[in-house]
Design a protein around this ligand. Structure first.
Ligand SMILES: NC(=O)c1ccc[n+]([C@@H]2O[C@H](COP(=O)([O-])OP(=O)(O)OC[C@H]3O[C@@H](n4cnc5c(N)ncnc54)[C@H](O)[C@@H]3O)[C@@H](O)[C@H]2O)c1
Length: 331
């Protein structure tokens, strides 16, 4: 099978740290080019990986050595970059939120379908080792029937202020479709719907954005959502960026009707909790983009292209997730 030539467009937090380094390590792909508005950022990848660099994404999507692009520019520019890629015959793996309007997402889906190309959203929590194990255990009914869940994701205030300072696109609600709590909720909302194989039918969000002592010009948030899924499972989401370094966490608990609980901590640990003698723990010693599922997502995208396979999830899932997250902006 031929090797897929990949271009990563946007080399910031996720494009630079997760996707570009992942593509180098996956089977059947070659990092042909990178693109970023910031020349220095691109040149670092040229020096490290020997790939081509384009400041203008249009040149990258027109490169005949490029078969597929990973769109990791800020959300407001996904639509244009993805559209240009499809117009030039390239498959697209696009970061989330997919676009800023449902109409744009549907248009991209239709364009890709017409051109016989793949467009796949980055829903990386479907690929992380502990969530995959949790899905397997749920299907084996180790906790009986699930009744409820609690999901919590805390990013330290100082870290978020560094990643997305107040001037960042992520705080521009007009351009991005929501604030950072909206943007950062999409993977976890998808995770819950995928784990339970059931859609969230109702959700109500409440937020508190407050100035944070010691982090100038920054508003930390605590956003809480109460949800009901179509299969009757109820649960809460809590997204926070008001805490100190030691409090950063991702934690999911799922409570079953046989009194047992599954607890996932970060992306590399899973516990089954019952009476003490029944407790079990799984640890996954993976590092970097593999532990967050980006590497596996990129591998799956490349495999789908090489095997001429339709991905198991696509634009519909991205839209569903965004509709649920969007209620944060409206509630
Ligand atoms: N899957 C995940 O876990 C995850 C995590 C964080 C962010 N994201 C998503 O990834 C996307 C990017 O987020 P980020 O935090 O990396 O942003 P960022 O601001 O850190 O980086 C964006 C990069 O894109 C570049 N850029 C902007 N316009 C460009 C263009 N037209 N052509 C080429 N480069 C361009 C910028 O110069 C910058 O280097 C967002 O959609 C965000 O929601 C995903």
């Amino acid at each position: 099978m031929t090797e897929i030539g990949v271009a990563v467009i946007g080399l910031g937090f996720v494009g630079g740290k997760a996707h570009a380094s992942s593509v180098r390590r996956i089977d059947g792909a070659n990092l042909v080019a990178v693109s970023d508005l910031i020349v220095d950022r691109g040149q670092k990848f040229v020096a490290k990986y020997g790939c081509k660099f384009y400041q203008d994404h249009l040149e990258a999507v027109k490169d005949p050595d490029v078969d597929a692009v990973i769109v990791s520019v800020p959300t407001p520019y996904h639509y244009q970059v993805a559209k240009d890629a499809i117009t030039n015959g390239k498959h697209v793996l696009c970061e989330m939120p997919l676009t800023t309007t449902e109409e744009q997402s549907i248009e991209l889906k239709d364009r890709a379908q017409e051109a016989g190309l793949i467009i796949m959203p980055v829903l990386n929590f479907r690929f992380t080792p502990n969530f995959l194990k949790a899905k397997e255990l749920l299907s084996k009914r180790v906790i009986g029937s699930p009744i409820s869940f609690t999901f919590r994701e805390f990013i330290p205030a100082k870290d978020l202020a560094l990643q997305w300072p107040p001037s960042s696109w992520a705080w521009d609600i007009e351009k991005s479709g929501g604030l950072p709590d909206y943007t950062l909720s999409v993977w976890s909302i998808d995770l819950i719907q995928w784990l339970f194989d059931s859609d969230i039918e109702e959700v109500h969000w409440e937020s508190n954005f407050s100035p944070i002592e010691g982090v100038p010009d920054f508003k930390g948030y605590q956003t809480i959502g109460c949800a009901r899924l179509a299969d009757g499972v109820v649960g809460t989401f809590q997204f926070g960026s008001s805490v100190s370094e030691g409090m950063g966490t991702t934690q999911l608990e799922i409570f079953g009707n046989n009194t047992k609980t599954l607890r996932a901590v970060w992306n590399n640990k899973l516990e089954l909790l019952g009476s003490e003698s029944e407790n079990q723990e799984w640890s996954f010693e993976l590092k970097g983009p593999r532990v967050w599922g980006h590497l596996q997502t990129d591998q799956y995208f490349v495999d789908c292209i090489r095997q001429n396979k339709v991905p198991e999830f696509g634009v519909e899932e991205a839209i569903k997730v965004q509709q649920i997250a969007k209620k944060m902006v409206m509630d």
